[in-house]
Design a protein around this ligand. Sequence first.
Ligand code: MN
Length: 200
Amino acid sequence: MSSIIMPALPYKEDALAPVISAKTVEFHYGKHQKAYFDKTAALIKGTEYENLPLTDIIRKAEKDSKAVSIFNNAAQAWNHVFFWEGLSPKGTSSPKGKILNLIEKDFSSFSVFKEKFTDAAVNTFGSGWVWLVLSGDKLEIQKTSNAATPISQGTAKPILTIDVWEHAYYLDYQNRRQDYVSAVIDSLLNWDIANERLTG
Ligand code: MN
């Protein structure tokens, strides 16, 4: 049996509404994300990847020109789990503690961070992800295209991410990516998890 098992969502499908509707979560988690997990499991079956943990599959496949599909599906599987875990239905909408100290050190204020994070999301061309990462002792914003993920390089530790593929917001916001990103930052980013990830 494959080691690739999709974890349950950490909350109910309607828990993020109205910022992200139950319908979007139903399709995003139940169809898109499930397909990434199912395809990863099917692609690694009987290969040298079969019994590796998901993060090892991603790092190995990225260097393997014959494993592009494995990389794309495995990285998307990992990115989605990380994304949902970084959101909170309760909307811990303002950072506290160590993460706030770092945001103020590296971006000067939370409102400047929000502006830069939103700009990065809006300016990610096509499908991708925007990330808050810890690089050394400094917070940075990164954009990745398609399935690319900061964990494959191993140089920066991801703290939070927002999925900016159209499937993440189109049912609720149509083409208004900026409104989606802004609402997620205001209401859903889980800053308690961000603090845990800084030291985890
Ligand atoms: Mn997605």
